[in-house]
Structure formats: C-alpha cells, structure tokens
Design a protein around this ligand. Structure first.
Ligand code: SF4
Ligand code: MG
Length: 312
C-alpha cells in the first residue's frame, strides 16, 4: 500500500475541561474516501478543523505527505492550505452572499496564485461550473438565487478551484432535502474519482457514509472506537457502539434483530466516564469496563476495535 496522504498520531484537543479529541490515530489512503462517523458531540468536526489547521492541536502529530503539518507556518502553510479544501454542511452560510458565483470561483485562484490573468481564471471558473452541472450563466448570479443543492454544487466547484489533494467534507448533505442528497453524493464521488482527490467525509448518517466511503472510522466521545474497510464494519461491526448505531439508523434493520438500540444521550465531553467511555450506554458493560479503558485491537480483515468483549 502507498503511504497515506494524511496521518494523525495521538491527536488531542482540549477546550478547558472539555476533552473534544482524545488520542486519535488516522491514516487516509491517497485517492480514497475515508469516513468519520459518530453522533453529534463525538468530536468529528474538531478532527476536521485540526487536520486543516483551522484550530491548533493540544498535542499529537499530523503528517501531510512528508511534512509535519503542525510545524508549518507562514508561506509553507499557505501553500499547503491550497492543497486542502473544505466543504461545509451549510451551503447557505459558507458562500459569501455579496460575491457572484464567478467571483466566488475566481477568488481562491487569486489567493493561491493560480492561472495567469482574469480571463484564464474566469475560463477555469466556467469549466468548474460545467463539471458540477451548472450553466455558464451562473457566473453572474448570486448564491441566494440558487437552491440548497445548487449552492452545494457551487461550494464543491469552489473547493476544486485550487486543485486540492485533500477535501474535507463535514456533513455535506445533512442540510439538504433527502431528494437531492443522492445527487450531491454522486457528484462528490465522481469528482473524487475524476480528480483522484483524497476525501475525509464526516457524517452522523451511516447510510450516507456507506454510500461514499472506502474506509470508515467510528468516533465516540473524542475517540475512535472502531475502524476498517467499509463492508467489514457494516457487515461485521465489532464494537457495541457501532452495532447500536447501525441498529438505530433508519432504513438499516439488522437481520438478527437482537442488537440493542442506542439508549440515552451521549455524555458531555467534560464528564467522560472512567474506563470505557461507552459504558454508560453499553448493554454489555461489565466490571472491567468501569476500571480499564479498552485498547484498539485487530479483529481481522484490516478491522480494529476497542472493546473488552474481544478478549472473552
Ligand atoms: Fe461495552 Fe465494555 Fe466493550 Fe465498552 S469495553 S463497549 S462498556 S463491553
Ligand atoms: Mg459536527
């Protein structure tokens, strides 16, 4: 296997007493889509902002290619940023309402010194629009003249404008009508393959993640509790949390019908249970879970999970 494009090791982020991200190890294979799944409050978006250096980590390492991303500053960081783009959940809030679509697509090229001259940049903007299925006439219009799905297409075009190696998509379809979600997911998938981009895809929605991701990591209270190739994780979830998520996800009934539904609320990140963080909601919790935090272990087929049941 080729070296991953992006790798984190023991990545941590605390906000005061809140431990938002707790020792996260990730490895994103180049040219693939990696899914980060979990409930709201699990730390997924914080991981996204850390790897893009929109916020600074408390500790741990982030490697991008052969660079130590946490040590980059100034011009080197600016150049690196060009190769990393983000697509946000809210296509309304993420586009500047006072800029035309054309300006929105030209601006990142200007910022990052791409293209020679206004004409070339506008040509590139038009071709990006065509790629995402919008007409040239969109150039002179404003974001508010478009539907949510069309705005997300514009946001995708903008992300592609700098020819990024990494796209981080944080809940990119969660704000859209179900009827347009599939179109946008298909577009993202096509773009990812076409441009050989590496994508970190973040969602609470397991159906969506299954649809687009090659590999999956499941987060709970700031930690990764299970990870592996998509079909392994969906067909043979090893962690009780993953099992519960799959059971409670609409439209994905389990065949055996025996797995417990996900009960209760995710605890606050400033009051994380001792031992296994999931124990307050785990139907299988036993004495050891109170005292000892489970370690990640191999369960075969490239899948790993952190649960004491795996020792039984
Ligand atoms: Fe449940 Fe214990 Fe496994 Fe945690 S370690 S998921 S509490 S069985
Ligand atoms: Mg979030």
């Amino acid at each position: 296997m080729t070296a991953p494009l992006l790798e984190t090791r023991a990545l941590c982020k605390t906000f005061g007493k809140v431990q938002a991200v707790r020792s996260v190890d990730l490895a994103l294979p180049r040219g693939r889509t990696f899914g980060l799944v979990g409930e709201s409050g699990s730390g997924k978006s914080t991981v996204a902002r850390l790897v893009l250096r929109l916020i600074e980590a408390t500790s741990g390492d982030i490697r991008f290619g052969d660079e130590d991303l946490r040590r980059l500053g100034g011009e080197a960081l600016r150049r690196r940023r060009r190769r990393m783009q983000m697509i946000f959940q809210d296509p309304y809030g993420s586009l500047n309402g006072r800029m035309t679509v054309g300006e929105t697509l030209v601006e990142p090229q200007l910022v990052h010194d791409i293209g020679t001259g206004g004409r070339a940049r506008r040509d590139r903007a038009r071709s990006l629009l065509r790629e995402v299925g919008l007409p040239d006439s969109a150039m002179d219009r404003f974001p508010h003249e478009f539907s949510g799905g069309q705005r997300q297409r514009i946001a995708i075009a903008r992300a592609l404008a700098t020819d990024p190696e990494l796209i981080v998509a944080d809940e990119p379809v969660s704000a859209l009508d179900v009827s347009v979600q599939a179109q946008i997911l298909n577009l993202l998938g096509d773009m990812q393959r076409e441009h050989q981009t590496t994508m970190l895809f973040i969602s609470h929605d397991l159906r969506v993640v299954r649809y687009v991701c090659d590999e999956i990591a499941v987060m709970y209270l700031g930690e990764i509790v299970e990870r592996g190739p998509r079909d392994r994780v969906y067909d043979r979830p090893a962690h009780p949390y993953t099992q519960a998520l799959l059971t409670s996800a609409p439209g994905s009934p389990r065949k055996d019908g025996k797995r417990a539904k996900l009960a209760g609320e995710i605890p606050s990140a400033d009051a994380i249970p001792t031992g296994c963080a999931f124990r307050s909601r785990c139907p299988h919790a036993f004495d050891r879970c109170k005292i000892e935090a489970p370690r990640m272990q191999d369960v075969g087929g490239g899948q790993t999970a952190a649960c004491h049941l795996l020792d039984r």
